[in-house]
Design a protein around this ligand. Sequence first.
Ligand SMILES: NC(=O)c1ccc[n+]([C@@H]2O[C@H](COP(=O)([O-])OP(=O)(O)OC[C@H]3O[C@@H](n4cnc5c(N)ncnc54)[C@H](OP(=O)(O)O)[C@@H]3O)[C@@H](O)[C@H]2O)c1
Length: 271
Amino acid sequence: MMDTGRSPVTVIGLGAMGQALAAAFLRAGHPTTVWNRTAAKAEPLVAEGAVRAETVAEAVEAASLVVVCVLDYPAVRAVLEPVAAKLSGRVLVNVTNGTAQEARSTAEWAAGLGAEYVDGGIMAIPPVIGSPEAVILYSGSREAFDKHADALATWGTSRFLGSDAGLAALHDLALLSAMYGMFAGVNNAIAMVRTEKVTAVEFTESLLMPWLNSMVAVLPMLAEEVDSGAEISHERKLVEQVALANIIETAATQGVAPDVIAPIQSIKDHA
Ligand SMILES: NC(=O)c1ccc[n+]([C@@H]2O[C@H](COP(=O)([O-])OP(=O)(O)OC[C@H]3O[C@@H](n4cnc5c(N)ncnc54)[C@H](OP(=O)(O)O)[C@@H]3O)[C@@H](O)[C@H]2O)c1
């Protein structure tokens, strides 16, 4: 590796995301050590200049910034527990998807080892890593985050949310819940129109996207209503109830299961 003056970094976990993170470090000139359970996945990165550690211990020892990006938190622990003592004095940045509670208990575990801990939530897909559109949420040790802010900025736009290590996961999962809810509604909408031979592409481009964009535009107003605690008017509730009942009836008539919309109707009924 060339001496670029950039700090050495380690990436543990070279799935689709870990590979993208390591590649971004390499492009920015960071001497990058990598480790993955399935060693062959390191090969493309080694061709780009990464050093493949033979063991997790070797990977951890190679840098003061240790990034871990594996499937889930049990995998994080499975990989790092055996080398826990070596984390002392290092910064562990864990960008594995997990719950807020998992993040908090991992922060405590790291603190007990004398390591600084930053939890991360990646709001991007691997091809976007390395561009400003890739938003990465962080929480935990502010000092540790600041120490490595330049290196982390090579992945995209960093957003530090606070010293409670669970905050990044909380916000990450809240955003994902908005996304999954939207996709479920979108799939339902497409299923409805496809019963009349309208293609998903035609519907999406001509009507669905403009409609969803106009709905996104009302979100600030909705958020203000929520924060103000204002009651939704009786008239608006009635209009929503009629529309939801009509969606369910029309979907059923067209042969589409009500699974997505029926729970929304039941929530609105409770309200
Ligand atoms: N891909 C995305 O679009 C995306 C976006 C945002 C966040 N993320 C998050 O990033 C993390 C990694 O995602 P990914 O897309 O890279 O997943 P992936 O391609 O399926 O890779 C999973 C990684 O976890 C490793 N792993 C799983 N179980 C393990 C264990 N018990 N011990 C050691 N290593 C283990 C795998 O090692 P092997 O190669 O040996 O199987 C591999 O490196 C996840 O938490 C995911 O939610 C992904």
